[in-house]
Design a protein around this ligand. Structure first.
Ligand SMILES: [Zn+2]
Length: 305
């Protein structure tokens, strides 16, 4: 029997790096995780990724054909460089794709992590078969990836559009992007915590649980988030009219609390587009989205582009 082709997957976040091995059916065969330890520098991270991936391969064979990376953004997918990020000091301009490619003597590709998850959902998740597929992750931020006919939509020079930073309310909270009242600053998990401003609640998940137990202020925080999620999604429906929008990320683990408001907003404000034909569905890959998505970054680049 021929050896199964395997894809290495690397998911780089601000606090942890996950490493996995994914087979040609999108099954995660092995997984490792380590703290990012950004202060030790990117070269150190590459050495640790190298060791962890070799270790993971012991579980599932050695027939690695490539490595895909999904990284917290901004990244430069065409040059394989990490962009400027406050929580990855000293990593800017580091050519992580070239480093890993040299270490393994294999082709390597990288995208922003939301784009990676979008590719994961379109190849093996909720976006399968959708001609125009929008993925939205709502967690510590709001990230999006837009895939048209199986190809990732890119901006100028391969840049990643930031739909999470489109402005919903110019009088809203200031955001690090330079704007005020961006979607992310109003509808993300931290936005919920900040608005509630109650030290007993440190995460969106805790607020959602309290809301379900009848805590009135928590219920208001959920309602407010649902309102802004609905407006932002309605804007994207009007602008893009995709076939499918899949919603993922930590906040969407409590999606039943927001679902009705999202649909009500879309119905109310998307009058000039066939919004009834836009399917809004939960993302399917869950906590594996990062690694499955990273593997799909490689597939998208080397078997589809
Ligand atoms: Zn912003």
């Amino acid at each position: 029997m021929a050896a199964v082709n395997l894809i290495g997957a690397v998911d780089i976040g601000g606090t942890k790096i996950a490493i996995g091995v994914v087979d040609h059916n999108g099954k995660l065969l092995a997984r490792r995780e380590m703290p990012t330890q950004a202060d030790l520098g990117p070269q150190n991270a590459v050495s640790r990724i190298n060791l962890a991936l070799h270790d993971a391969l012991k579980e599932c064979g050695e027939n690695l054909i490539g490595i895909g990376i999904g990284s917290t953004g901004p990244v430069y997918p065409m040059t394989g460089e990490i962009g400027k990020l406050d929580f990855l000091p000293g990593w800017e301009g580091f050519k992580i794709v070239r480093e890993l490619s040299n270490a393994f003597d294999l082709p390597v590709a990288m995208e922003n992590d939301a784009d990676a998850a979008a590719l994961g959902e379109v190849i093996w998740g909720a976006g399968q078969g959708a001609k125009r597929f929008l993925y939205v992750t709502i967690s510590t931020g709001i990230g999006t990836g837009f895939v048209i006919d199986g190809k990732l939509y890119r901006g100028v020079n391969g840049s990643h559009p930031e739909m999470g930073h489109h402005i919903i309310d110019p009088s809203g909270p200031a955001c690090s992007c330079g704007g005020s009242g961006c979607w992310e600053s109003l509808a993300s998990g931290p936005a919920m915590v900040q608005w509630l401003n109650d030290s007993r609640f440190t995460s969106a998940q805790e607020i959602c649980t309290a809301a379900e137990q009848g805590h009135e202020r928590a219920r208001q925080a959920v309602e407010r988030t649902g309102h802004y999620l609905g407006i932002g999604l309605a804007n994207l429906v009007t602008l893009l009219v995709p076939d499918v929008i899949a919603l993922g990320g930590g906040v969407m683990q409590s999606r039943h609390l927001f679902w009705e408001q999202i649909h009500t907003s879309i119905k109310k404000v998307c009058g000039y587009v066939p919004h009834q034909e836009v399917q809004i569905v939960p993302a399917l890959l869950g906590y594996q989205a990062g690694l499955i998505g990273a593997a799909c970054v490689w597939l998208h680049r080397y078997s589809r582009e």
